[in-house]
Write a protein that binds this ligand. Structure first.
Ligand code: NI
Length: 172
């Protein structure tokens, strides 16, 4: 078990494009996945991407049964997603509040596609794909953005809907 320090916005490593994983089922990859899971759970995050703990690889983890940071969100399956590909299904987008462990204490409204299909590999190198909607789709888009060096404030269109969690009015 290893809980890693989460890099915070301003660290240039969060702006880099991560490299694809080329070797699966290695001790190093399993260790990285374990560290991501341990850190995500310790911080009560909905998801975490490898660059956030300083590993420049295309690996994300996400999922929860219930999340205190997003009390209204439906459960999202615990997932390790490597070398992800996200395909948008339909044009529909939705505004909603997002936070990020790399942008602690803040929240902002981001528009995301509501219906996607994502594919990629598990740590053993087995391919899989899934369709996702609403919050599940939002989490995947947020985490995959990290692999391209994009933090959610870069996706915001209305900076008036950006602020500190304890200050924003409920339902903002
Ligand atoms: Ni994030």
């Amino acid at each position: 078990m290893a809980i890693k320090a989460v890099l915070r916005m301003g660290d240039p490593r969060l702006l880099e494009v991560a490299a694809p994983v080329t070797s699966f089922d290695t001790p190093e990859l399993h260790q990285l996945v374990e560290d991501l899971m341990d850190t995500m759970r310790a911080e009560d995050g909905a998801g975490l991407a490898a660059p956030q703990i300083g590993a420049g690889l295309r690996v994300v983890v996400f999922g929860f049964d219930k999340n205190e940071r997003y009390p209204d969100a439906a459960p999202v399956p615990q997932t390790v997603l490597i070398n992800p590909l996200v395909e948008v299904l339909g044009e529909a987008c939705e505004d909603d509040w997002e936070g990020c462990l790399s942008v602690p204490g803040l929240r902002g409204v981001v528009s995301r596609f509501t219906h996607i299909r994502y594919s990629g590999y598990d740590p053993l190198g087995k391919p899989f794909e899934r369709e996702a909607r609403q919050f599940h789709a939002r989490v995947v888009q947020h985490e995959c953005d990290h692999l391209d060096g994009i933090l959610y404030p870069q996706r915001m269109s209305d900076m008036r809907r950006f602020g500190f969690t304890g200050v924003l009015q409920p339902g903002g």
